[in-house]
Design a protein around this ligand. Sequence first.
Ligand code: ADP
Length: 498
Amino acid sequence: MRILMVTSEVFPFAKTGGLADVASALSRELKRMGHDVRILMPRYYHIDRASLRKRDEALGIWLGRGEEWTAVYESELPGDGVPVYFLDHERYYGRDGIYGARPDEGFKDNAARFALLSRGAFQFCRMLHWIPDVIHCHDWPSAPACYLLKKEERWREFGKTLGVLTIHNLGYQGVFSLEDALYLQRESDRFNLSGLEFAGALNFLKAGIICADEITTVSPTYAGEICRPEYGFGLDGLLTYRRSDLTGILNGADYSDWNPETDRFLAPDNYSLDSIAGKARVKKKLQARLGLPVDSKVPLVGVVTRLVEQKGVVELFAPVQGALYSICRDMAVQFAVLGSGEKWCEDELEHLNSRLGNLAYYRGYNEELSHYIQGGSDFCLMPSRYEPCGLSQIYSLAYGSLPIARATGGLVDTVENYDQSAGRGTGFLFNDLSPHVLYQVLGWVMDTWYNRRDHIRRMRRIAMKKRFLWETSAQAYLGVYEKGLTKIKGTSPGRVRV
Ligand code: ADP
């Protein structure tokens, strides 16, 4: 099968979140299975042209008022040769930042920047004389490619090409002024906003959701949740309408990076299911390093997260009402928190760090410390408001650090709740997100730690055996491609009304 991934992020070239990992891991796995997979993304300023090869041809891409000329560079994913192509356009991509100069501020011309990527995908295929069976788009930045496929390209060379959209996080939709619609329209369609408009604005993701032949998201539970108003960010009605074309496929994890037996950051204290002693040594070193009392008997809870509302930080850390202060004050527990994000939250954590002897906070992003916290912790806390898939809990299972998580999205699909009567499970799940509930849940966990340690040991063994493999996920994506291709085979490639 010929598959084109159109995406704004691919690891290791550009990454702000899980999307980058999925784009590369899924492409790799599909290639390993024998498919012809190629990736198209922008050449952001930080991707050094000198490390890429320039192609001779340039692309002329129609963008609303005229044609934009882009150069095309190429490279491969490290190791396994999946071709990665880069659209190079100085005015749109020649600046620091992927979506904006700061994480909470998008560039003013993002509509044009990512419309160029979406439109460019089709010109790029024409240039290569390579018409894919599947164009697979990811999140709002490339969602318009599904719209363009259905609106314009199906009745050109792409009559048999399937448009697939994966939603990695519905909270980000690419919302712009209606005036920007011109980047996605033909001259003759200038006043027809159907498909593009939502709540008085241009909405890239909505355009993709309406037009994709198949839609996927990153866990089965999240696929159900986004059809409900609590999780739908306004698009739940539309997603319910498309429910039969919406599939939840859990992300895999990269166990070559995240395995306590081989993790270079844990050396020389690597450990495994059969030889667990190293975990206690990592815990001891972690406590010492973070300035916590070194004590193997006290449970250590790790929190490694972006400090944003989605992750439940308000209920956990907010001044006065957040649960963490009372938990630390009342319970024999320790916390190791690593994270960056909203400033109020970073400040509050520093404040708690200085007041509480059993809480350590590291401000910032630190890959090495994140591995060490997974290795040294007994538990990993994830009180997310919503969690499309979540990777932290998948890693923590492998490291025998039991998740304490809100029962939402991918957390439900990856963590088995503790069954006290059977003494089994892989973590502790709770439903309501409030400081009161967080306090009670931590009480439940402490009770289990101090009074039923045999259960904890058994749960740790079950958790460490769990595997979420990319191979399984890639098979599921292939199933979606095949289902979609069968579906569009019977339809005429004539002009489709949106
Ligand atoms: P999301 O993609 O919503 O942030 P995930 O759980 O899917 O949440 O993935 C988060 C990943 O980012 C995990 O691998 C986690 O270890 C890592 N991470 C988050 N914050 C930090 C940080 N401050 N330092 C190091 N790694 C971090």
